[in-house]
Design a protein around this ligand. Structure first.
Ligand SMILES: Cc1cc2nc3c(=O)[nH]c(=O)nc-3n(C[C@H](O)[C@H](O)[C@H](O)COP(=O)(O)OP(=O)(O)OC[C@H]3O[C@@H](n4cnc5c(N)ncnc54)[C@H](O)[C@@H]3O)c2cc1C
Length: 470
């Protein structure tokens, strides 16, 4: 294990000018650590750049919840140390008037509340144990591009203030929402540079010590309320004992409310928080849309939040970011074995990710459109009278079809006469989700057929937007 930033700058300069890396990973978050581990264990020469100090790696404004199935998919053992603060058995979803509670218990919702810093350190160790080099306190400034290939990065050593150049055969952007490499790629690279505000949740969260432990703490609690959290939700996740992770997110559409103000006005005023103590607080962004249609270019791959790989309904992105790190890592290894790192050679990462998680995310973007436009009255009535059921929520979030059967639809229509518009939207959503799923089943095998597929994707989501939102 090497920590370059602890060496003198002369040594760093020497090391950098002498060495060219096979892979440069920008960002030592969950995506970056998995990409580093996967490429380094295959014997490649890998470095990871991180603007934080080594001991801060893992700290993140987050809900800290991770589904157990993500660890199983990646063949990662359950962490044994202080990384895991609490086991969770499912999710409780509260209607805006708090009169109806959906309890969703299924293996996909069983998981853990993490100590985020220690979890990050656990992943970091796994990456460095494979022989990768860490440049901590080092901020990537921009990609270096030659003849439409990314060939390295320009970075700044934050301890000495000096700029450094790193050369690499492949650059992996795992810098999270900031996406420092992606945002500066030329258009010809074929990767989107920007994310629309309406696809981002502005969040504020705190970790608080309550006066006393709450009774029922085995579920993550999610509270829907369009007035307080337009296009988002509020959460309370127990971290064990009397400690909770509590926060909210709002869709960054139009004149969206300030999440911290909403938090102090509507959340901390609840009796539960009387006399509680603030342990840690902060704001950050969660990109809740479908994955980027294309995440690779010549000599570059985009991962995790930088490629919008977050579950569009609940905003969970730790699992998908690790999956992207693993899949991109495997693809980079194969591409380097063949000796070509152009977009065509890196394409399998796109296809594998869409197959394993991206299709589900794309369907959920449609479901998010439905939720975003629901009025509180619709949600109250819809949840209470079972126009929208726990099973729908479960199936939708698993990426499965929730087809409204004929008999069932008739029953729902009967119950839903007062809310026929809502019921129609629900049926439309189910149909659109099915179409999206079928379309993603045809994700192109190679980059050649991509443009046709991309145009169809845009048309499909424009249709969904016009039917569900506008
Ligand atoms: C409030 C909130 C709550 C959330 N709750 C949950 C939850 O409960 N469960 C869940 O699964 N997901 C949750 N998420 C989403 C989750 O945190 C992210 O999806 C996940 O961390 C993405 O991992 P990543 O590695 O892509 O990015 P990050 O974890 O953001 O890592 C990026 C890394 O890159 C570094 N970096 C950035 N810029 C540079 C640069 N220029 N040079 C060098 N390094 C750089 C950063 O310091 C950071 O370490 C939440 C998000 C928010 C905002």
């Amino acid at each position: 294990m090497f920590i370059i930033s602890e060496l003198k700058i002369e040594t760093v300069k020497k090391c950098i000018t002498l060495e060219k890396f096979d892979v440069i990973v920008v960002g030592a978050g969950t995506a970056g650590c998995l990409a580093t581990k996967t490429t380094a264990e295959a014997g490649l020469k890998v470095c990871m750049l991180e603007r934080k100090r080594r001991e801060e790696i893992g700290e993140k404004i987050c809900g800290d919840a991770l589904g157990e199935h993500h660890l199983k998919t990646l063949n990662l053992e359950k962490p044994q140390g202080g990384e895991l603060e609490k086991r969770i058995e499912g999710v409780k979803i509260y209607s805006p008037d708090l009169e109806t509670v959906f309890t969703v218990e299924y293996e996909d919702f069983v998981g853990y509340i993490l100590n985020r810093r220690l979890f990050g350190q656990w992943l970091l160790k796994k990456a460095l144990d494979e022989g990768a080099v860490l440049f901590d306190s080092t901020q990537c400034l921009e990609p270096i591009i030659k003849k439409n290939f990314v060939t390295g990065v320009l970075a700044k050593n934050l301890k000495t203030g000096e700029n450094i150049r790193l050369k690499g055969k492949v650059v992996v952007d795992a810098s999270g929402f900031l996406a420092v490499v992606r945002r500066k790629l030329p258009k010809e690279m074929g990767i989107e540079n920007e994310v629309a505000n309406e696809d981002v949740e502005a969040c504020y969260r705190e970790i608080r010590q309550l006066k006393q432990e709450t009774k029922d703490t085995k579920y993550c609690e999610i509270y829907l309320n369009q007035k307080v959290t337009p296009g988002g939700y509020m959460w309370i996740f127990s971290k064990g004992g009397a400690k909770v992770n509590v926060g909210l997110g709002v869709c960054m559409l139009d004149k969206f409310p300030n999440p911290k103000n909403q938090f102090y006005k509507h959340v901390l005023t609840k009796p539960l928080f009387a006399g509680s103590v603030l342990l840690n607080g902060g704001a950050w962004y969660d990109p809740t849309r479908r994955p980027f249609d294309n995440m690779v270019g010549n000599g570059v791959a985009i991962l995790g939040d930088a490629a919008c790989l977050v579950n569009p309904i609940h905003g969970g992105g730790i699992g998908p970011s690790m999956l992207s790190g693993y899949l991109a890592g495997k693809t980079v290894v194969e591409a380097l074995e063949k000796g070509d790192v152009n977009q065509k050679s890196l394409w399998p990462y796109n296809r594998k990710y869409m197959e394993m998680y991206g299709t589900k995310q794309a369907g959920l973007e449609v479901f998010r459109m439905l939720l975003r436009t629901c009025r509180d009255e619709d949600l109250n009535y819809g949840m209470k009278c079972k126009l929208l059921t726990e099973e729908d929520v479960l199936k939708a979030s698993l990426g499965e079809e929730f087809r409204l059967k004929v008999t069932e639809t008739a029953k729902r229509v009967f119950r839903g006469l007062k809310r026929i518009r809502f019921l129609n939207k629900l049926r439309l959503t189910a149909n659109l989700m099915r179409q999206v799923k079928a379309h993603y089943g045809n994700y192109p095998e190679t980059s050649e057929n991509f443009e046709e597929w991309r145009i169809e994707t845009e048309a499909l989501f424009n249709e969904a937007r016009s039917k569900l939102i506008e």
